[in-house]
Design a protein around this ligand. Sequence first.
Ligand code: BJ8
Length: 425
Amino acid sequence: MADYKELWTSLDIDLEKHDQLCAVLPEFYGEIYMQQENRPEAMNYYNFVVSEIHGYRVQELADMRKDGRKVVGTFCVYVPDEIIVAANAASVGLCAGSEFWHPDGEKVVPRNTCPLVKAAAGALVGNTCPYFKSCDMLVGETTCDAKKKLWETFAEYTPIHVMNLSSMKREQDYINWQGEIKLFKERMEELTGVEVTAEKLSESTKLLNDKRRALQRLYETRKVANPPISGKDALLVTQIAFYDDPARFTQMTNQLCDELEQRIENGEGVFDKKAPRILITGTPMAIPNWKLHHVIETSGGAVVAEETCTGVKYFQNLVDESAATLEDHYKILADRYLKTNCACFTPNTSRIDDIIRLYKDYAADGVVYYTLPFCTTYAAEFKAVKDALAKENIPVINIESDYGLEDAGQIKTRLEAFFEMISNK
Ligand code: BJ8
C-alpha cells in the first residue's frame, strides 16, 4: 500500500493502533485468497482494492469532500442508496467484519452484542477506521434492537439520521416507508445543498441498477455444473460493492463476468467436480469476515450462492426505472426495498420461499445456516427454516460463529460430516 499517513492524520486516525490492523490484514488475505488455484485474472482488481483497503478509496472520498461533495455511511440494505447518489454524495457501507474492533466496541456497547454491531462501534470510537472518519453523516435504521441502541451511542460522536423501518409489511408499512424515504431525501438535501429531483433519482436508479445487473450476471456464472469462481471470491466482490465507486465497480465486475463466461465455454471450473454445492443463508458477512466460506471451501465444499445481505439480497431485485415524479420514486423505492426479507420482520415466511428457490436455482446439495452470536432474530428463524426445508428434503446445518478463528477446526469437523452425509444421499 502507498503511504497514506498524511491522509489518515488529517482524518484523526489513531495511527499506532491502526498500524496493528494494517499489519495483520495482508497475511490473513494472503492465506485465504492468494492460495487458491486457477483464480480468474480479473480478480486482480479486487486484490488491489483489498491491498489498498484504507488508502485508495479513502483518498477518493477525501478528494470528493475537498470538492464540496458529501460522504454518507450506511449499515443496512434497506437504506436506499438512490437518494444518496441523487444528492451528489457517496455512499459507503460501514458494517465491520473484524474482531480487531471488539475491545474498543465493548467500551460502549454490551459484551453480549452481535459481533457486527460491536465491531462497528469499535471502528468508530477507537478512531481506527478511515471510512467512518470520512463520513459527513451516518444513516441508521430501526431493524434489530442492537442496531437501534447503537444509533443512540453513535449520536454522541457524529451526525446520524435514523430511518424508521416497520417490522411488518402491511399496506400502512409501505406508506410509512415511502414517508421515511421522503424524509431521508429532505435530510440529504439539507446535508448537501443539492436538490434531489425526479430526474436525478432516475439517473441514480439506473447507475445502481447497472451495479445490481453486474452482480446478477456474476451470480449466474455460479449456477453452472462447475462454477468458474470460488464462493469466497464472489463474496469478496459483493463486499467491495458496498463501498467502491459504483460506475467503476460495475465496469470491473462486468469485465470479470466476461472472463468467467469464457471460462464456462472452455469448461474451466475452480472446484472438484464432486464437491457438494452449498447455499449459505443467514446473517451478513462484512469485510473481512471470510471465515465460513474459507472453511467450507477448504473442507471439500463449493459455495454457490448466499441468501444474505452480502449476497443475493443486495442485488436480486432491481428498482423499476419508469418513475417520472418524486411521488412515483418514493413508491417504487419503498416497494423495491421492502422486498428484502430480513429476520427483523414478522412474519418473514418469504425468506423461506427465497431459500428454497435459490437452493433449486443454484442446484445446491445442502444449506448452511449461518448466524452471528447474539443475533436473536436470525437464530430464532432457524427452526422455521429447518422445518420447511425438511418438508422439501433439503439438508441443512446450523453454524453459529463469531469473527474469531478459534472455532474454525470444530466447524470444519462438523462440515466434513455434513458433506459426507449429503454426498451419500
Ligand atoms: S436487512 S440482515 S443488513 S438488518 S447480525 S446487526 S440483524 S443482531 S445486520 Fe442486517 Fe439490514 Fe437485516 Fe440485512 Fe442485528 Fe443480527 Fe447483528 Fe444484523
